[in-house]
Design a protein around this ligand. Sequence first.
Ligand SMILES: *Cc1c(COP(=O)(O)O)cnc(C)c1O
Length: 427
Amino acid sequence: MSYHLETKCVQGGYTPGNGEPRQIPIVQSTTFKYATSEDMGKLFDLEASGYFYTRLQNPTNDFVAAKIAELEGGTAAMLTSSGQAANFFALFNIASCGDHIVSSSSIYGGTFNLISVTMAKMGVDVTFVSPDASEEELEKAFRPNTKCVFGETIANPALTVLDIERFAAAAHAHGVPLIVDNTFATPVNCRPFEWGADIVTHSTTKYMDGHGAAVGGAIVDSGAFDWMAHAEKFPGLCTPDESYHGITYAEKFGREGAFITKCTAQLMRDFGSTQSPQNAFYLNLGLESLHVRMARHCENGQAVAEFLAGHPKVASVSYCGLPGDKYYDIARKYLPNGSCGVVSFELRGGREAAAAFMKELKLAAIETHVADARTCCLNPATSTHRQMTDEQLLQAGIPAGLVRMSCGLESARDLIADIAQALDAVR
Ligand SMILES: *Cc1c(COP(=O)(O)O)cnc(C)c1O
């Protein structure tokens, strides 16, 4: 039986049998016991499924990953220790030394650094394209050694919205998958697989956990991409893995399972960025209310954006739920039920005005975090981007007076009253 998304949030991934725990149990064990060497040997050969060491797999993590796979409409998923690990593994699973990635330029700073600096050192080249790139610009970015296209549904912090269908079509025309980081939208507001994306990643640290409690990440496979049809591009999936008993993942596990099995058996084994079962348990508590919380985050984001848009001390507001926003139309297509609770706005008066405004806020705390129950804000010019001059900031599309506000689950009236009194205090 197929349930609606709300039901999957609450009960997906785990169905206890008679007398078993109602809540997902935390299997706090590094290792698992077997009676014979033959039994264990089958696990190592991937002949039988089961657990032997938590660095590779753990039942708690697998229950929670299965829930996320259901929410996204995918065939397989895995948890990672962080969103950074999720994006690294998703990319490195198919792109290694000598390969090339096409990525949207409007992505999370940590991911931008991962791709442009750290993966470059590993021999992976990248071409960044604007999320608004024309067909020709997008087409020009591809090379014979391109292995995937990457973008974010709603980019952090720029709040651009990716035209998933268009990016998927371009990727598929070149025989490569589209990987979408769906952190800000969550599967409640957008399921990228329905628009042609092949792999989805998450920083579960954000809305999925939703309480600022646990850092984590997830990778989900749609099961739709035909690796074998492009076998020459993906030798890691389509030729025997000598480090794993000569298994050819795409043959043995098919479209549905190859990507996640390789990522677990090979990359988790070697890099070991697994999520702790305790954190997976916290993540699941967040997932149980994700559908309820996202609606409120969006409601509060919309109310705050509308208030800011009408305020004389505010130069501009970015929020795709505002008519007139550059991404309003595309958001109506991909995010018909709302986008997220993060609103960016520029104060008149630059970084001094932003600092004065934020100092006066009572409810919104100054944090580098976003996307949890408590409202928080950040002025990139005086924090994450403080090494940049005003001129460099403008070039990067981040005006000195920009404030990123992540609207939590408080009363929108209280949030607006707090913002109003803080704006009043700015001269
Ligand atoms: C925060 C974030 C990440 C990185 O996730 P961590 O859990 O902090 O490692 C990646 N992508 C997006 C869109 C994010 O917001």
